[in-house]
Design a binder for this molecule. Structure first.
Ligand code: MN
Length: 141
């Protein structure tokens, strides 16, 4: 089980990601704007952060800069979640400091597999196998 912070202002996207994370046994933490996301990262120190780019308060790039300049937080994997319209910006986002990139809209069938490689490896390696096992046995509504 991993504790995953989702920073997303679109209610449908947020609900879907939270639903999928919980369905696969993770703890989902959520924030609806950039400042709330930075605060949640400081308070909760999650295992992974999935962060939208277009956000009120502080946009995803600003969230990234704030987290990556903080020695206590820069080690948390930070993955940008952006719409198809921004796919060309992948390299730019990685250059800003993001550890990875996932495109939206979220596809329920592949979301967990796409996210898995960004989970911290040591303690979660067995977990990833367990997720795949569970996924093969469990139908997600
Ligand atoms: Mn947004």
């Amino acid at each position: 089980m991993a504790r995953v912070l989702v920073v997303e202002d679109n209610p449908e996207s947020l609900d879907l990601m939270v639903y999928l994370l919980k369905a696969f046994g993770h703890v989902a933490l959520s924030a609806r704007d950039g400042l709330e996301g930075i605060e949640a990262a400081r308070l909760e120190h999650p295992d992974l952060i999935l962060c939208d780019i277009q956000l009120p308060g502080a946009d995803g790039v600003e969230v990234c800069h704030q987290l990556k300049k903080d020695p206590a937080l820069r080690g948390i994997p930070l993955v940008a979640t952006t719409s198809y319209a921004m796919v060309g910006d992948r390299e730019k986002l990685l250059g800003e400091g993001f550890n990875g990139y996932m495109s939206k809209p979220i596809t329920p069938q592949t979301f967990i597999d796409q996210m898995a490689p960004y989970l911290p490896t040591d303690k979660d390696k067995p977990l990833i196998d367990e997720i795949k096992f569970r996924k093969s046995k469990t139908k997600v509504a």
